[in-house]
Structures are given as structure tokens and as C-alpha cells.
Design a protein around this ligand. Structure first.
Ligand code: DP6
Length: 325
């Protein structure tokens, strides 16, 4: 009972920022992302009736503690779903998401784990079902089932049965690119999980965030369908700023930005003023992702690399959905 799956990371253009149910990972708002090539996780899951517990290795190192617990708890969901609650697994993951590239690996990690585990057990499930299962490992991971642009529809039901991601266009619909601008000194002290909870619980700006998302989402989807880059970029940038604004209204207040983060944001505005369309987005950390069109790639890369404080710039194309090896 063994299978290997490969899943790519994704970056949200409309952010998932808040849970209404922490156990089932049900969000307070729908979100939308672009899956990226180049950064992915490959995971092999081998269920074995002889094992007395799960094992987990990441890039060849045995993992224990919190990270192990999260993986094992997630596998338990799948075991229970399959009706074999006591059959444990050896899990081997290889992360092709270098920390130096400034991407979180939980999205590709949980998508690959869900894919490999369900495949190993021969569960005959739709992408929708797989997305629902994956969501319970890490919310943003439920969008990594698909290539290109995917929307995580928040759903309304208490049991989460209507909360899953769907592709909104075919994966090869539109070649837009994303540069990850990595800043040195990137240790993040407030994880996305902790940051979003504090924001939901305490931010005086949270209501404003919730009321803004439906409009941003509807508009960006239109923009993606008709390939209106300026529209898509402008909405992504403003949605990101609204998400980050909520953290300043939290108690205690916090921000993921460094001075360097703002320097890159300002440079992106200057790039636009030069007549090159480019827009930024930022997740729960200081690094900046820049959205641009392929024809401006070399110019954008050159400008971003010259910004003081930038330690690396990595370029990505749209990536494929989950696959099995
Ligand atoms: C800012 O998916 O990492 O990147 O569901 O608690 O595992 P958990 O959170 P996670 O949060 C991602 C937050 C974000 C925005 C996004 O990817 O939509």
C-alpha cells in the first residue's frame, strides 16, 4: 500500500485570512491562488500493517515533535476515512521548496501527503474530495490540488462538506509569472496560523476585511478570465494590503513587514511608473512576491536584484496540479 505524489506550492492573490472552525480548518473568506512550477514536494506514503506508529522523514531527516504530530494527525483522518484506523505508515518527503526561496512549504507538503496517502489506499476520490481532505492539513494546501488559478470556496456548512478548492480556468490558460523576492533576516516569529487567529479574535479592522473580499474575488476572477493583467495585479495588491492592515488593528498589534519589505513594495510602484506592469503580494512573512508578464521578465529580475537588502530572487511560471509518480 504505497504511492508517491508530487504537489506544487501556491501563492494567494486573494488571501485566506481567518478560520471559522479551527479543527476542520474552515475559513471565514474564500480565497484564490496561482500554483507555481519549480517549487514542489514529493511524498511517498507506505502503509504497513506491521508498524505500530507512523514515521516521517523530511529531506532524509527523521522528524519528531510538532511537525510529526501534525503529519500523523492528518494521516489519522485518512485512515479513519478508509476504515483502517490502526494501519500506520512510513512517510518520506522531499521538499523542493528551499527556505532560501522564501516560500512556505505547508501548501505543497500537505497536498502531496494527502495525494500519496489516498492513492496508497486506493481511495477512489474526486479532486473535490481530495481538496477537502487536504484542507484539514493546512488551509492553503487545498488549492495546490490544481494547476494554475484555483479558488477555495469557503462554503457555509458546519461540517465543511462545501469548503474546497476548484480550478477557475484550465491550468495553461495564462502565462503570468511570479518573482519571489527574498529578504535576509526572514525568521518569522508569528506563524500564519497564530497570526490569523489573533486577527480574527482581536482586530478592529477584521470586519472591514471580511466585507471587502467578496468584491475583490468576483473582480479578480473576471480579470483572470479575460486576461486583464492590470486588473488582476491591482486587485491582488490591494487585497494583500487589506489583509496586512488587519494585523495592525490586532491586540497586541503586529506586522509581518520589515523596512526592506516596504522598500520592495515601493520599487514595484516605481517599476509601474516606468510603464512596466508589475504588482506585489505578501504572505505571513516579510518576503515579497511580484506578479509580472513574461515579456518583462529579464528587466524585472534585474531591477529586483539591485534593491538593497534583497538576498535572492527566484522566478516561477504557473505550475501543474497534483501528479502521481
Ligand atoms: C497568508 O494555510 O498556512 O499565506 O490553515 O493554519 O495551515 P493553516 O494556514 P496556512 O495560511 C496561509 C495564509 C496566507 C494566505 C493564503 O495562502 O491564502
Amino acid at each position: 500500500m504505497k504511492a508517491t505524489a508530487k504537489a506544487h506550492t501556491n501563492i494567494a492573490l486573494i488571501k485566506y485570512w481567518g478560520k471559522r472552525n479551527e479543527k476542520l480548518i474552515l475559513p471565514t473568506n474564500s480565497s484564490l491562488s496561482l500554483t507555481l512550477d519549480g517549487f514542489y514536494t514529493e511524498t511517498t506514503v507506505n502503509f504497513n500493517e506491521e508498524l505500530t506508529e507512523d514515521t516521517f522523514s523530511l529531506n532524509g531527516t527523521t522528524i519528531t515533535g510538532n511537525q510529526y504530530d501534525r503529519v500523523s494527525k492528518f494521516l489519522q483522518l485518512i485512515r479513519d476515512h478508509a476504515g483502517i484506523p490502526n494501519v500506520y505508515a512510513d512517510v518520506h518527503s522531499i521538499n523542493h521548496v528551499p527556505t532560501a526561496a522564501g516560500f512556505a512549504s505547508s501548501a505543497s507538503g500537505f497536498a502531496a501527503l494527502a495525494g500519496a496517502a489516498t492513492k496508497a489506499l486506493n481511495l477512489d476520490i474526486s479532486d473535490e474530495e481530495l481538496s477537502k481532505i487536504t484542507r484539514q492539513g493546512s488551509g492553503s494546501a487545498c488549492r495546490s490540488i490544481y494547476g494554475g488559478f484555483a479558488e477555495w470556496q469557503m462554503g457555509e456548512k458546519e461540517d465543511g462538506s462545501d469548503s474546497f478548492a476548484v480550478p477557475i480556468v484550465p491550468p495553461d490558460h495564462w502565462d503570468v509569472r511570479m518573482a519571489a523576492v527574498v529578504l535576509s533576516d526572514t525568521m518569522k516569529d508569528i506563524s500564519s496560523r497564530v497570526g490569523m487567529k489573533r486577527t480574527v479574535d482581536t482586530s478592529v479592522f477584521y470586519e472591514g476585511w471580511l466585507s471587502a473580499v467578496p468584491h475583490d474575488l468576483a473582480e479578480i476572477k473576471q480579470g483572470i478570465i479575460v486576461k486583464d493583467f492590470e486588473k488582476v495585479g491591482a486587485i491582488a495588491e490591494s487585497n494583500c494590503l487589506k489583509m496586512h492592515a488587519t494585523t495592525l488593528g490586532a491586540d497586541p498589534p503586529f506586522t509581518y513587514w520589515l523596512d526592506k519589505t516596504m522598500r520592495v513594495m515601493q520599487k514595484v510602484r516605481e517599476i509601474r511608473a516606468m510603464g512596466i506592469p508589475a504588482y506585489f503580494t505578501i504572505d505571513a512573512g516579510p518576503n515579497v512576491k511580484v506578479l509580472y508578464l513574461p515579456e518583462y521578465e529579464s528587466k524585472i529580475e534585474q531591477i529586483l536584484r539591485e534593491i538593497p537588502g534583497v538576498s535572492n530572487v527566484t522566478l516561477s511560471k504557473p505550475g501543474q496540479g497534483i501528479s502521481y509518480l
